[in-house]
Design a protein around this ligand. Structure first.
Ligand code: NAD
Length: 375
């Protein structure tokens, strides 16, 4: 198969869909890989790295789309890319169709086949191509929190780990899933005193088993949260209710009970945030202050560490991309039910229920398309 790796052109996106190691894997299976010049620069991979791995470089994004049967990238195509997409071309990337009607209609018009990272789903309902970004954001959260607790950045001026004779900072983590667990590990490693709250007792049991001594678990309810925020130096928001907006666990009126200079890092801001006063910010302007509480609410935290994020993402996406290249998307999706759930649009027809419902579009039965192809 001919694979194309364009340079991401969305504002501030430095990740790349395939690394030189990924190119080498495709080449081993006999595929051709075209990479746009400079595509890996933002993540620390040079054109020479790609060439050595066996890729062929192309100067423009139009060349890459023009040649490729399958495009592997990171973010959804943006307007400038729409007209480059050819009928039946396979796009394997994040789409988040339910948040963009324009993108959905563009992919239908172009008659593209769109396999979305975010809806590839394992039988245990976990989302293997979203987990790596939660791991990155979770581990970044205490690091960003520690930074903004510094006085010159308007924080309380407390060192997360303390020193001998001085108590460490109190870190409260709301939600003990992927983000929360990774945040707890790093905060505990810094030496902070960490509390994780969740509504799943089973999850709290697991965390209690695996976490070090400076991490305690507590059931998440309004009473416990109100008491804990008074003591917290850093609050990390890491709650997720699948398919719904995050609940506002820390409300506007609760900020006055917090310590002046305390910091909130609301990782869940991409789902509306679990701290009511959080609204999305950017890496250029990551924080704002309300009631003396520093709010860090960057919606794409992994974007700040593109080297790590690219490797983490491609470790997870590459095996699927190789399968798609080896078998073609129809056969790959027939054999792998997780991958099949990634199909959102096939040749311009919407096949994912959530997308059809979001924009009132007709839903085509994906099994019929696949069976038909098989016959
Ligand atoms: N800002 C970013 O850059 C970024 C990056 C990655 C992920 N995220 C977001 O981080 C959030 C968390 O993602 P995740 O992968 O950890 O999800 P997850 O499903 O692994 O974990 C969510 C946890 O929240 C718990 N929860 C639900 N209701 C709760 C409540 N009322 N109180 C306490 N806990 C509660 C669940 O039991 C679960 O354990 C998501 O909104 C995700 O989109 C943001």
């Amino acid at each position: 198969m001919i694979i194309g790796v364009p340079k991401e052109i969305k504002n501030n996106e430095n990740r790349v869909g395939v690394t030189p190691a990924g190119v080498a894997e495709f080449r081993k299976s006999g595929h051709t890989v075209y990479v746009q010049t400079g595509a890996g620069e933002g993540s620390g991979f040079s054109d020479a790295d790609y060439e050595q791995a066996g890729a062929m470089l192309l100067p423009t994004i139009a060349d890459v789309y023009g040649q490729a049967e399958m495009i592997v990238k990171v973010k959804e195509p943006i307007q400038e890319e729409y007209q480059l997409i050819r009928e039946g071309q396979l796009l394997f990337t994040y789409f988040h169709f339910a948040s963009s009607e324009e993108l959905t209609h563009a992919m239908i018009e172009r008659k593209a086949t769109c396999l979305a990272y975010e809806t590839v789903e394992l039988p245990n309902r976990s989302l293997p191509l979203l987990v790596p970004m939660s791991e990155v954001a979770g581990r970044m959260a205490p690091q960003e929190g520690a930074k903004y607790l510094e006085k010159p950045l308007k924080g309380r001026g407390i060192l997360l780990g303390g020193v001998p004779g001085v108590r460490p900072a109190n870190v409260l983590i709301l939600g003990g899933g992927v983000v929360g667990t990774n945040a707890a590990k790093v905060a505990a490693g810094f030496g902070a005193q960490v509390t994780i709250m969740d509504i799943s007792l089973n999850r709290l049991r697991e965390l209690d088993d695996i976490m070090p001594k400076n991490v305690v678990t507590q059931y998440s309810n309004d009473y416990n949260i109100r008491a804990a925020i008074k003591e917290a130096d850093l609050i990390i928001g890491a709650v997720l209710i699948p398919g719904a907006k995050a609940p506002h666990l820390v409300t506007r009126d609760m900020l006055k009970d917090m310590k002046p200079g305390a910091v909130v890092v609301d990782v869940a801001v991409d789902q509306g945030g679990c701290i009511e006063t959080c609204t999305p910010t950017t890496h250029e302007n990551p924080t704002f202050i309300i009631d003396d509480v520093v709010h860090y609410c960057v919606a794409n935290m992994p974007g700040a560490v593109p080297y790590t994020s690219t490797l983490a993402l491609t470790n997870a996406t590459l095996p699927y991309a190789i399968k798609l290249a080896n078998l073609g998307w129809r056969e790959a999706c027939l054999r792998d039910a997780s991958l099949r759930l990634g199909l959102n649009v096939v040749n311009g027809e919407v096949v994912y229920k959530g997308v059809a419902e979001a924009w009132g579009l007709p839903l085509t039965n994906v099994s019929k398309i696949l069976e038909h192809a098989h016959a």
